[in-house]
Design a protein around this ligand. Structure first.
Ligand code: SF4
Length: 249
């Protein structure tokens, strides 16, 4: 095959892969403003080879695809969709379960009381919130902060999967039972049984730990979450300078 034919075959192959990637995310149209390289990297999941600005463009495309979403019943009572925020090139991604009251009002993840606990944890790990990426399993607040239901999780999960595919963090920290259960695909999972042990999610190590809201109710367990955080730092090769496991968050 001559070089022109090879180039056309490559382009066709890229287009096919792009179509399946965006179809899997539930996109009705390709985000046509994106350059070919951006589409290819996102669909192949090799996000670490992309610049943060390329990932930012992809995340914006994903956010606009979500639009004013009414795909599940959580849309009925929510005020604002809470997409997620942080550095698109982050090494660490924190994933909670669902927005709460403050998050629903402000449109930002983890900004209420539990958010303050998470922010302290991030700071203790040597980062600012802007250095990491924070998202939830579902993007809309469940009424009276109930747990998100399976149909809601299943409908919304393609958006989280899209965020993970674009960001491709070095490590994911899943916060609480529902986040770990969704990422492992094991709805019966107990957080006390799995926390502190890495599992794999599509080639990305995931560290399950307690949800910050639980730590507010059981502050005696904060040191366990700190222990989990130290394992995350060890995995990504960051020096914290913190020696004690019993530090407060
Ligand atoms: S939770 Fe997800 S799927 Fe459901 S309405 Fe909100 S954005 Fe759409």
């Amino acid at each position: 095959m001559n070089s022109e034919k090879l180039r056309k075959a490559d382009l066709l192959d890229d287009l096919k892969k792009s179509m399946s990637f965006y179809q899997a995310l539930g996109f009705e149209n390709l985000p046509i403003k994106l350059a070919r390289g951006n589409q290819q990297s996102a669909m192949t999941g090799k996000g670490n080879g992309q610049s943060a600005s390329e990932k930012k463009i992809l995340l914006e495309a994903l956010r606009s695809e979500i639009g004013d979403c009414t795909r599940c019943k959580l849309s009925k009572k929510r005020t604002t969709i809470v997409f997620g925020e942080g550095d698109p090139g982050a090494k660490i991604m924190f994933i909670g379960e669902a927005p709460g009251r403050e998050e629903d009002l402000q449109g930002r993840p983890f900004v209420g009381d539990a958010g303050m606990v998470l922010t302290r944890l991030i700071n203790k790990m040597g980062f600012q919130r802007e250095d990491v990426y924070i998202a939830n399993i579902v993007k809309c607040r469940p009424p009276v902060n109930r747990d998100p239901e399976m149909d809601e999780i299943e409908t919304c999960r393609k958006f989280l999967e899209g965020q993970i595919a674009i960001i491709r963090p070095r490590v994911i920290v899943s916060l609480g039972r529902i986040s770990a259960a969704t990422l492992t695909g094991n709805p019966g999972l107990k957080i006390t049984a799995v926390r502190g042990k890495f599992f794999d999610y599509k080639g990305i190590p995931v560290m399950p730990t307690f949800h910050p809201a639980y730590l507010m109710r059981s502050p005696k367990d904060k040191w366990l979450t700190w222990d989990d955080a130290l394992r995350v730092l060890e995995r990504i090769g960051e020096e914290t300078g913190v020696k004690s496991n019993k530090t407060d968050i």
